[in-house]
Design a protein around this ligand. Sequence first.
Ligand SMILES: C[S@@+](CC[C@H](N)C(=O)[O-])C[C@H]1O[C@@H](n2cnc3c(N)ncnc32)[C@H](O)[C@@H]1O
Length: 277
Amino acid sequence: MRERIDLREALNAISDVVQNRPRALREFDQIYMKSGDMVLQSEFVASWADKRRLAFIGDGDAISVCTAYLQKRGIIEYGPSRITVFDFDERIVQAVKRFADKERIEHLDAVLYNCLDEFPQPNRFDFFYTNPPWGASNNGESVNVFAQRGMEAIGYKGEGAIVIADDEELEWPKQVLGSAQSFASSSGFYVSRMMPRMHTYHLDDNPDLRSCNLIVSSLPGDSRSFVSEAITDRSRLENFYGKSQAPRVRYVRERKRLDYGKASEDEYRLELLEIAK
Ligand SMILES: C[S@@+](CC[C@H](N)C(=O)[O-])C[C@H]1O[C@@H](n2cnc3c(N)ncnc32)[C@H](O)[C@@H]1O
C-alpha cells in the first residue's frame, strides 16, 4: 500500500546517497538520473518490488541504495526483502557496500560482475531492474543483453523494470523500445506496464531526453530451462556503448582513497593570503 511520504526527509535521504555516488564515466554510458526523479523512482521501485528479492543489472544511478535507504530510515514502510547490485564498476560496487555498512542496511549488497560473463546467481531473485546502455547505435542490443541477465537472475519467472530512452521526436528511442519489447516477447515476457517519459538525466548533449519504465512480466505457464553463458557473439556487442565502441573493459577498478567522499587534491590548488606566505 503506497502512502504519502515526507518530501523533505526523502530528498535529504536521496542527497546522502548522491553524495556517496562515484563520478560518472561517460564512456561506459554512466549518465546519472536527476535527484528529484530519483525520489519518485525509488518510491516506485519500493512499492513495485515490495517484499521481493530484487536484482539490479548495473546501477550507477544508485536507485538500489535509495530504495533500501528510504525504507531503512522509515520514510516509507515498504520495499524489497533483498537488493543485490551487479555492476562492472568496482567504485559503484564498493560505494554500495560502504553505504550499506555505514547505515547498517543488511539487505543491500553488491557484486562485481560484467554482463558479458555468465550470470553468477541465476534463479535467485523475484524481480530485476536495469537502466542499461540505451542502444542508440545498436538498435537496442545492449538493452537486450542487460535484460537477458535480469531474466536469468529471476529464472525467467517474475517481473523486470527496464529503464530506457523515451522521446516523442527522436526515432531511435522508438526503435529501441520496439526491439526491447520483441526481445521480451521472444523470451517469454509481455509488457505489463509502460510508464512514459518519467526521468531526466545529467546529460549535457541532450538534457531533455527522458526515460520510461518498461515493466515486463513472465507469461504464466512459460517455464523454461536455461544455462547462463558468456556472450561471445560479436554482432551483439558492436556499438555497445555508442558508435564503434564495443566493450573492451572487463572491470573498472577502484583506486583506493582514504579520503573517500572528499574533493581530491588534484581538483584544486590553494592561492594563499599575503599574511600566510
Ligand atoms: C550503462 S549505465 C546506464 C545509465 C544509468 N543512468 C547509470 O548511469 O547508471 C548503467 C550501469 O551499467 C554499468 N555497466 C556498464 N557496462 C557494464 C557491463 N559490461 N557489465 C556490467 N555493468 C555495466 C555501469 O557501470 C552503470 O553503473
